[in-house]
Design a protein around this ligand. Structure first.
Ligand code: PMV
Length: 327
């Protein structure tokens, strides 16, 4: 094959209905389906070249040469691409995030979506959106949701073939804004890959998973109807259910910091006062404050006045993973 270099771009995403726990850890088949919004403007750029001259895979992340676990995780993804393409060459991978390093925004979703697209195209594989989403899922579950654009649902499925994400609505369907309140830049103590296997040690996980189809139905409909009140209610309920599981697993994990709770209380108060806003938190202390676009600057201003907020990033619904350069 001819070697060429492909650069892909993919957005981070925020889950409205969360993925926590796997039915199959190896393949990252989730215990429940999930729904998210791509975060436009918060993205990873990844450049891949398969090169017969390389003695091993190479990974440069935000300008730093990587070894150990990050390189192994990327190599495992490259192995899947090599197997699919019948290719033996090693690859050089350069990846960078446009959101500030160490800001606590999960980058694995955008990273593995961009890597799957760049690597599969560089290996001359023609995968459709579902095929790409399945491939991205094997690197990081939530990455499958960063492949399609806009508002996205990941159908849990039972096996590799039927576990992938698709678009519920394009980015322009609903002008929402995610104001991410950064309360800590520290690297999280327990990553989601270590957290998922603990999910069923919580007595709450079975109840959370059993009720997931109901929450997915409400969230899907709220998005289709652009019904913010219904969305806010189900997003916060789903968030609290996931963190309830996380806080009661064995060992227990507590991702929230005091400032996380400060934001949760403030958002609850603001909504009671009539501001269309709700909170959701991933596997870390930062709070994603979701609102309707006309209220975004007011929400950001109010967040700035709260104690313990280090920075605020804002994102509007983002598009699908895409190739941005090929040579
Ligand atoms: O894709 P992972 O393994 O990083 O897991 C993501 C887990 C959450 O961010 C907490 C929830 C989600 O659905 O994105």
């Amino acid at each position: 094959m001819s070697t060429h270099t492909v650069t892909a771009q993919s957005c981070a995403n925020i889950a409205f209905i969360k993925y926590w726990g796997n039915r199959d850890h190896e393949l990252r088949i989730p215990s429940n389906g999930s729904i998210s919004m791509n975060l436009g403007g918060l993205y990873t750029h990844t450049r891949v070249t398969f090169d017969p001259g390389l003695r091993c895979d190479e990974l440069v992340l935000d300008g730093q040469i990587q070894a150990g676990a990050p390189l192994e995780r990327v190599s495992a993804m490259l192995d899947r691409v090599r197997r699919l393409a019948g290719l033996a060459y090693n690859a050089s991978v350069q990846s960078s995030n446009n959101f500030p390093m160490g800001v606590g925004i999960a980058s694995s979703a955008s990273a593995f979506a961009a890597l799957s697209l760049a690597a599969s195209r560089a290996a001359d594989l023609a995968l459709d959106e579902a095929g790409l989403s399945r491939l991205a899922r094997t690197g990081s579950g939530s990455a499958c949701r960063s492949v399609p654009g806009g508002f996205v649902e990941w159908r849990a499925g039972n096996r590799h073939e039927d576990s992938y994400a698709y678009s519920l609505a394009p980015p322009e369907h609903w002008a929402l804004v995610d104001c991410v309140a950064i309360v800590s830049r520290e690297h999280k103590s327990t990553g989601s890959s270590e957290g998922h296997p603990l999910a069923y040690t919580s007595p709450f996980q079975t109840a959370r998973v059993d009720d997931a189809p109901r929450r997915l139905g409400i969230c899907r409909q709220a998005i289709l109807d652009r019904d913010f009140d219904a969305l806010a209610d189900i997003v916060e309920l789903d968030n609290n259910l996931m963190h309830g599981v996380i806080m009661t697993s064995s060992p227990r994990i507590l991702y929230w910091q005091p400032a996380t709770l400060t934001v949760m209380h403030a958002v609850t108060r603001w909504r009671t006062e009539g501001l269309p806003v709700c909170y959701t938190i991933d596997a870390g202390p930062n709070v994603h404050v979701i609102c309707r676009a006309p209220f975004a600057s007011e929400v950001a201003e109010r967040l700035k006045t709260l104690p313990g907020i280090e920075a605020i990033l804002t994102a509007t619904p983002g598009g699908p993973a895409q190739i941005i350069n090929e040579d």
